[in-house]
Each structure stands twice: as C-alpha cells, then as structure tokens.
Design a binder for this molecule. Structure first.
Ligand code: ZN
Length: 271
C-alpha cells in the first residue's frame, strides 16, 4: 500500500499489537498510480454515496496498521490483483488467462469460470484483497480532506471474524459470500476505481467496489440466499469467478447513484 511510517505508537488494527503504525491507505496507493498513468481526464478515483459523488486524487490515509500487517496485505492479495487487473498499458492479464482456457460456463444468473481448474488464477488472492478493502472501510471513519466518506461498509458483528481471516487465523467467514466479476471486455470502459459502499438489501448486507476491469460484491448476514453461495469465489468448490460485461452491470447502478447523489467538486463542474 506504499504506506509511510509516521513514528506513532499505537495498537495495530489488524494484529492488535502495540507497534509503530504506518499511514495506511484506504485504497491501495498502486491503484492511484495505475489510473494516473492514463492521461485521459476524469481518471481520478470516484467516491460515490447515496448523498453525493466526487472525484478526488487525494490519497486517503490514516495511522492504522503496523508494517508487518501492511506487508501481509501486499503479499496475500494486493500485489497479485494489481498486476492482473486491467492495466493502463491496455493489458488485462486476468481476462487473458480466462479466455485462453476456453469459453465460460453459462449458469442461470451469470457466465462464470471455474477457476479451481486454472492454477494461474489465484482466486484466494482476489477474495483476500477485496476482503481487506471492505474490512478497512469498516474499521475506520475515513475522510477525504475534511469530508467524511459516507455509506462505508459496516461489517458489524462480522468485523472481528474478517480480522481473523485476514490474519490467517480463520477460514473465509461462513456467513459471507464474495462475488468476483472480471470484465468480459478486452478494454473495459470502467477505467476508474471506487471506494467501497454498502447498504442493507433484503435479508443481508451488500457491499461493493470496483477497480479497473474487476468488481467485487460482498454479502454478509445470517440469511444470504443459497444461490449466492453457489457462485461465491470462496465457498464454491469450483471457485467461480463471474465473466460479464460489468460496464453494464456496474456503470448502470453507478450512474443511478450519480443521478441521485449530489455531485461535488470536479464532477459537478464536469472538468
Ligand atoms: Zn499489525
């Protein structure tokens, strides 16, 4: 996450040891570098909530984790995901691996790949990375400058079990489902990333965020519909990963949010 040591002693949010804390990023620093390499306008991260949306290149950080835990996040998810998502040079390694393996399976709700048969695809790292972002969103009141981000994920009673999962002390939580989608487009339109947002939907909570070419959806609760488990990247024996044009899936709801939320800053001025 490219964190900076700030020399502040405190309790690390992940391992709970008293340590020198780093200025930890909410969203990986490498993501900012990825989208900034693209010189088109509007390639800044977009933060969207039901109340407002804004683009901001400010890297959101807070003294949160020790250097051991920062390294853990890098090694268990972030490095792999950021090398394999849609890159600013036009390459999309993860999609290439899936497509080379043959056509996707067509399930009632989605087209998917069974990645358990594809050793080059480290689905557990996709799940770990996404979990670390949702968990970070849940444990801290993040601010961009003086603005608190709203509608951040709230893992509630599941926050602690996610902490233990991220520490390697517990399997992926049984009361959680992670859906991972890879864009079927060779060059996804969605070349930006969003901070995670969430809300209650029906019997469970749903949280979501996207990075270039990939989007992640986490459901937590006692009554997650069984068919979601079938498609879960972690719980399904096949380690299913969705393969679809998520520009439609994601940008549609995103545009709805943009319509209903108050754009501020650059989004308002259209610059
Ligand atoms: Zn730690």
């Amino acid at each position: 996450m490219g964190a900076t040591t700030i020399g502040l002693q405190g309790r690390c949010g992940l391992c709970h040891r008293q340590q020198q804390l780093r200025l930890s990023h909410f969203l990986p620093a490498a993501l900012y570098r990825l989208v900034r390499k693209n010189d088109q306008a509007r390639m800044e991260p977009v933060h969207v909530t039901s109340r407002r949306s804004f683009a901001s290149s400010a890297e959101i950080r807070a003294p949160l984790l020790c250097s051991d835990c920062e390294r853990r996040f890098h090694e268990h998810g972030e490095n792999y995901v950021l090398k394999n998502c849609f890159r600013s040079d036009g390459h999309f390694p993860l999609r290439d691996i899936l497509v080379r393996s043959g056509p996707p399976l067509t399930l009632p709700l989605a087209s998917v790949y069974a990645t358990s048969k594809l050793p080059e695809v480290h689905t557990e790292k996709l799940v770990y990375f996404a979990s670390s972002v949702f968990w970070r969103g849940s444990i801290h009141r993040w601010k961009d400058g003086d603005r608190f981000l709203r509608n951040l994920p709230d893992l509630g009673r599941y926050q602690e079990i996610f902490r233990r999962y991220l520490l390697g002390e517990h399997p992926f939580p049984s009361k959680a489902v992670m859906l991972v989608n890879v864009s079927s487009r060779e060059k996804p339109m969605m070349n930006f990333f969003t901070s995670p947002v969430g809300c209650r939907i029906g019997p469970c909570h749903r949280f979501t965020f996207s990075i270039p070419g990939l989007d992640f959806h986490l459901f937590v609760g006692q009554r997650i519909p069984g068919e979601f488990y079938h498609d879960c990247a972690s719980h399904s024996p096949e380690q299913f990963v969705g393969f679809m044009d998520n520009d439609h899936l994601f940008v549609g709801p995103m545009l709805n949010l943009l319509r209903t939320s108050e754009p501020v800053g650059k989004l308002r001025s259209g610059k």
